[in-house]
Write a new protein. Structure first.
Length: 128
């Protein structure tokens, strides 16, 4: 291959990869699947699986986030900014949605200098 042919090939590959990544990034910004009722499948605290949060639930609608994460069932008003869910009570706790599909929700938070990741599954028992 000539240098010109190699250059054209390389540029074509970059354009194809660039446009496919751009489409993926746009679809990743749709967090509508995060609304609904969720039950904890796995919790990770500072990189290690923890069983202390078993039974944790989240119910998320467009204005209210209800959870038993902090010890009791309570509903909180929250503000949503893209992937961030910021409680307007409870010391302004911030959750970040890192994955949102119809059946899986992954939330991240930092609390008392500990990082948490919650793998949540859709709670179909409540939503039926």
């Amino acid at each position: 291959m000539t240098n010109f042919t190699k250059s054209v090939f390389y540029i074509s590959v970059c354009i194809v990869l660039g446009t496919s990544c751009k489409e993926e990034a746009v679809s990743a910004l749709d967090y509508g699947d995060s609304y609904g009722s969720w039950i904890l499948d796995e919790a990770i605290k500072d990189g290690k699986v923890t069983k202390t949060l078993e039974g944790t639930t989240f119910n998320i609608d467009t204005a209210i986030l209800s959870t038993n994460l902090f010890g009791i069932d309570k509903s909180y008003n929250y503000e949503r900014n893209g992937s961030q869910l910021k409680l307007t009570e409870n010391e302004m706790q911030l959750f970040t949605v890192s994955k949102s599909t119809p059946d899986t929700l992954i939330l991240n938070m930092v609390r008392k200098r500990k990082t948490f990741q919650f793998l949540m599954l859709r709670n179909n028992k409540i939503e039926q």
